[in-house]
Design a binder for this molecule. Sequence first.
Ligand SMILES: Nc1ncnc2c1ncn2[C@@H]1O[C@H](COP(=O)(O)OP(=O)(O)OP(=O)(O)O)[C@@H](O)[C@H]1O
Ligand SMILES: [Mg+2]
Length: 166
Amino acid sequence: MRRLSATPALGQIAGMSAATRLIELPRLAATEALAAAVAALARSGDVILLEGPLGAGKSAFARAFLRAASGDPALDVPSPTFTLVQSYDTQIGTVHHFDLWRLDGPAGIAELGWQEARDGITLVEWPDRLGPLRPDDALRITLDINGEETRRALLSGWADRLERIV
Ligand SMILES: Nc1ncnc2c1ncn2[C@@H]1O[C@H](COP(=O)(O)OP(=O)(O)OP(=O)(O)O)[C@@H](O)[C@H]1O
Ligand SMILES: [Mg+2]
């Protein structure tokens, strides 16, 4: 017999962090504003995992994060699709932008300087490639495409800071 139970609130689902936020992003500028808000709260040692399908806006988020962190709205942020990681000296410390789409498996991540990068701030596209190296205390941002210009972001983690993100 099926047991009737109330739908669990987001954040009470097993395996999810207690802190979650769902944010509508009706245009690219909203994604950029979210990235700037996250950058304003980020500090050395943080890992930000960017999930979602091709074209969801992971790189757009990373670019806006790096521009905000650098105080340079024109900063060139090439996609690290081939180099897999690109590092930047910013006003909030060194930020490492990983794109692990082409990574074969967690073994290759050490050669990219994953451990050393943890001293700075780390942004990761395709973080499923991290396997067991995925940090528990990361901010996880899952972007969904729900229209040509519209995205939805589910944020989880950063229980101490999440409510300060606009
Ligand atoms: N609300 C929005 N937020 C983010 N990007 C948007 C939005 N609306 C439209 N876009 C467009 O969607 C595209 C997102 O591409 P982007 O390269 O950031 O995706 P991605 O998730 O990094 O994909 P990939 O997995 O291929 O690296 C860009 O062309 C961007 O201009
Ligand atoms: Mg990308």
